[in-house]
Design a protein around this ligand. Structure first.
Ligand code: PXG
Ligand code: PLP
Length: 450
């Protein structure tokens, strides 16, 4: 019924000369989608509405980004005022006050020592920027042989060439040739035989960090610039780091002079119960990438936050010379900076950057309550992130979870799936009754997908 109405609205668009053909949609089965479109037209708080007015509870904060919920007044007002006051300012050799204000505000939230902020327009660009800073940092210090970049199996670091090279999701890589040279990968941390149905951090697997020693032995530390990992792997299906794993990775990096990059595009801005996952796990990286929650998803923005020492290593040449030949037309875009300031103010007003830690037990109880349903083979959680892994339908990987997604959409709850894992990452303003609605809807859909 709903899909028919959506189709009718699109047909009206077609009547005025439009169609759905021109929009080649990202990470979407285009032909299937356009036969039965799912459209969103309005959003407020915990909810979306379809064009015909059906209410949808947002179980995934849009796409892990709308951490403060939708349509927040301070953010809306900041964007509106900025659009009227100054639309655009060139970021190269020029500045505008809100760029400095936002960098300052972000650096106050990040772990001690991470206090130099380079703005991009997405998580993918933040990753490219961090990788380039790591390479240039070693070169500028006279260690130009450190050119190798290390990622991790099952990692997701966006879709640009650097990000897919260090990334470890095969579908995102296999079509795109050789990518960038000189990349290697450590093992992923998923070990369902030992850790299935762990609440929070799994007990087993700290030693998987030692895989980095294997690559050091293979390539020699003098060739390795940086290691990039997601503190909690999101896109691949919510993999929570084993206890002690990230600290061990940190120690090995320190021992060998390798920079550690945390990709906090999903985990940043409150998702794990603290401002950053670095706080939650008590491990501080050298460089951190963020995006999504920095503007509550309202205007595209990403950033790299560097330790001051990394930044300062570039500040040695003649003062009139550009120190880092890198930047984007829209770095520190005024609308994004205004949105970012409105967002951080909203987080502060409502204590949202630690709210996930207050809701974690309720959320974990609800999500782990699904463990006895048919085909549920693992459940993982941290902060306000949950992953429910289903056994695949034989010969049709991903289909069972996708059926659950379609069923939930039909019942008014938006979830996300990757492979056969259901990922939940609701806005941090979530209340217990929303958790109950999301989880009971997912439960019904899992039963029907059996
Ligand atoms: N790094 C990480 C860790 C991410 O999760 C990116 C980089 C790239 O950010 P941009 O802004 O360029 O998309 C991401 C993005 C999913 C899903 O499947 C996750 C992301 C994007 C789209 C889908 O849940 N994360
Ligand atoms: N391609 C061309 C021809 C350009 O001139 C530019 C920027 O000036 C870009 C790509 C990069 O665009 P952006 O700075 O928005 O990433």
């Amino acid at each position: 019924m709903d899909q028919a109405t959506s189709a009718a609205l699109l047909a009206a668009h077609a009547d005025t000369g439009g169609s759905m053909d021109a929009h080649w949609m990202p990470f979407t089965a285009n032909r299937q989608f356009k036969k039965a479109p799912r459209l969103l037209a309005k959003a407020s708080g915990m909810h979306y509405w379809t064009p015909e007015g059906r209410q949808i509870l947002d179980g995934v904060a849009g796409l892990w980004c709308v951490n403060a919920g939708h349509g927040r007044p301070k953010i809306v007002q900041a964007i509106q005022e900025q659009a009227a006051e100054m639309d655009y300012a060139p970021p190269f050799n020029m500045g505008h006050p809100k760029g400095f204000e936002l960098a300052d505000a972000v650096s106050k939230l990040t772990p001690d020592g991470l206090n130099r902020v380079f703005f991009t327009n997405s998580g993918s660009e933040a990753v490219e920027t961090a990788l380039k800073i790591a390479l240039a940092y070693h070169r500028t210090r006279g260690e130009a042989s450190r050119t190798r970049l290390i990622g991790r199996e099952r990692g997701y670091h966006g879709v640009n060439f650097g990000g897919i090279s260090v990334g470890g999701m095969v579908a995102n890589r296999k079509m795109f040739g050789t990518m960038i040279a000189g990349v290697d990968h450590i093992r992923h941390t998923h070990d369902p035989a030992k850790n299935a149905f762990s609440r929070g951090q799994p007990a087993h697997g700290a030693e998987l960090a030692d895989d980095l020693e294997r690559l050091v032995a293979l390539h020699d530390a003098s060739t390795i610039a940086a290691v990039i990992v997601e503190p909690v792997a999101g896109s691949t299906g919510v993999l929570v780091p084993p206890q002690g794993y990230l600290q061990r990775l940190r120690d090995i990096c320190d021992k060998h002079g390798i920079l550690l990059i945390f990709d906090e595009v999903i985990t940043g801005f409150g998702r794990t119960g603290n401002p950053f996952a670095a706080h939650t796990f008590g491990v501080t990286p050298d460089l951190m990438t963020v995006a999504k929650g920095i503007t509550n998803g309202c205007v595209p923005m990403g950033a790299v936050i560097a330790k001051q020492g990394i930044h300062d290593a570039f500040m040695n040449g003649p003062e009139h010379v550009i120190e880092l030949f890198h930047g984007y037309t829209y770095s520190a875009h005024p609308l994004a900076c205004a949105a970012g300031l409105g967002t951080l103010a909203t987080y502060a007003d409502e204590g949202l950057l630690t709210r996930a830690s207050q809701m974690e037990a309720t959320f974990a109880d609800a999500v782990h309550g699904l463990r006895d349903l048919p085909n549920v083979i693992d459940i993982r959680n941290i902060g306000l992130v949950g992953g429910i892994e289903l056994a695949p339908i034989a010969g049709e990987p991903g289909k069972r979870a996708f059926n659950v997604f379609l069923d939930c959409w039909d019942k008014g709850v938006l979830i996300r799936t990757t492979g056969d894992t259901i990922a939940l990452s609701p806005p941090l303003i979530i209340e217990p009754q929303h958790i109950e609605q999301i989880v009971s809807t997912v439960a019904g859909a899992i039963r029907r997908a059996a």
